[in-house]
Design a protein around this ligand. Structure first.
Ligand code: C2E
Ligand code: MG
Ligand code: MG
Ligand code: MG
Length: 284
């Protein structure tokens, strides 16, 4: 029965859409097995504070597919969210990042680095989310004061009360919170003051043309002012050039993440980059 019905349904779609739908289904199937087959890895991107150096890293997931090669998160995170696979994937990410954090504790150049981990709404909505995070912290031996969870505006619009209470519990254990891609969602600024946030991340879309588009520069300035007034730190993402960094610095943003310093790197390459960076800073 399925075959005939399927054909009828698919007749209404364009051929390329059929292709993309079956590609999607195939991707879902592969995604289901990716953890067991150890196809995920984390890449680490430096966060640099002016006059201080590398103060943290953002952990970013990578999927190496046996046939399609490296698949960027933009091409599979939404599928993981829709299917619920983001729950096991998200746990794997948090566990891997926390193990990494714990392993740096005794290495002088690494010991003070914070790790930022992206978290999806689906993960946060689980009733036992707080317990899961605390269990991972305990099992890995990671210092919770060095862990930051990155949330996005869109996920905060619903269940605000529940999110605030979970954030408050996690904050009591030292875990920090960063609001990712800030300015791209439709945040109500009034709930921003209710959230126990620690950091705002200026989205890369405002950084890109900060030198040529006065609107982008005005938005960056607004976010920086907002962070100051709410007592939050602020970091800019997607910083690719010195000129962009200088423009941000002039507006009062002193923390940066972007290709200007480094792309997200596999762990060994990140550690090597960090050692080089620290050495060159000492020689300055
Ligand atoms: P995001 O959290 O906003 O991460 C920043 C993205 O900007 C990363 O893309 C990073 O590689 C890219 N980027 C950093 N610096 C520059 C730059 O100077 N120029 C340009 N053009 N791009 C830069 P990536 O790694 O492809 O990740 C995309 C998005 O996927 C992330 O955006 C995040 O929303 C999501 N994501 C990544 N890893 C995870 C994860 O473990 N869990 C969840 N739930 N989402 C994740
Ligand atoms: Mg992020
Ligand atoms: Mg972002
Ligand atoms: Mg983004």
């Amino acid at each position: 029965q399925a075959k005939g019905a399927g054909k009828n349904t698919l007749r209404f779609f364009e051929p390329q859409m059929q292709a993309s739908m079956s590609a999607r289904v195939a991707l879902q199937t592969d995604l289901r097995q990716a953890i067991y087959l150890k196809q995920f890895s984390l890449h680490y991107q430096a966060q640099v504070a002016e006059g201080i150096g590398i103060v943290g890293v953002e952990a970013l997931i990578r999927w190496t597919h046996p046939e399609h090669g490296l698949i960027p998160p933009a091409n599979f995170i939404h599928i993981a969210e829709e299917t619920g696979l983001i729950l096991p994937i998200g746990s794997w990410v948090l566990e891997t990042a926390c193990s990494q954090l714990a392993s740096w504790a005794n290495i002088p150049v690494m010991a003070d680095l914070s790790i930022s981990v992206n978290v999806s709404a689906r993960q946060f909505m689980q009733v036992d989310w707080v317990d899961q995070v605390l269990a991972i912290i305990k099992n890995t031996g990671a210092n919770p004061n060095l862990l930051k969870l990155e949330l996005t505006e869109s996920m905060l619009a619903q269940n605000t009360e529940d999110i605030i209470s979970k954030m408050t519990l996690l904050k009591a254990h030292g875990i920090g919170f960063s609001l990712d891609d800030f300015g791209t969602g439709y945040s109500s600024l009034s709930y921003l003051k209710l959230l126990p946030m620690d950091q705002l991340k200026i989205d890369s879309s405002f950084v890109r043309d900060i030198l040529i588009d006065p609107n982008d520069s005005a938005i960056a300035q607004m976010v920086i002012g907002l962070a100051k007034n709410l007592g939050l730190t602020v970091i800019a993402e997607g910083v690719e050039t010195e000129a962009q960094r200088n423009a941000l610095s002039k507006l009062g943003c002193y923390e940066y993440q972007g290709y200007l310093y480094s792309k997200p790197l596999p762990i060994r390459e990140f550690e090597a980059f960090l050692n080089r960076f620290e050495k060159s800073a000492l020689q300055e």
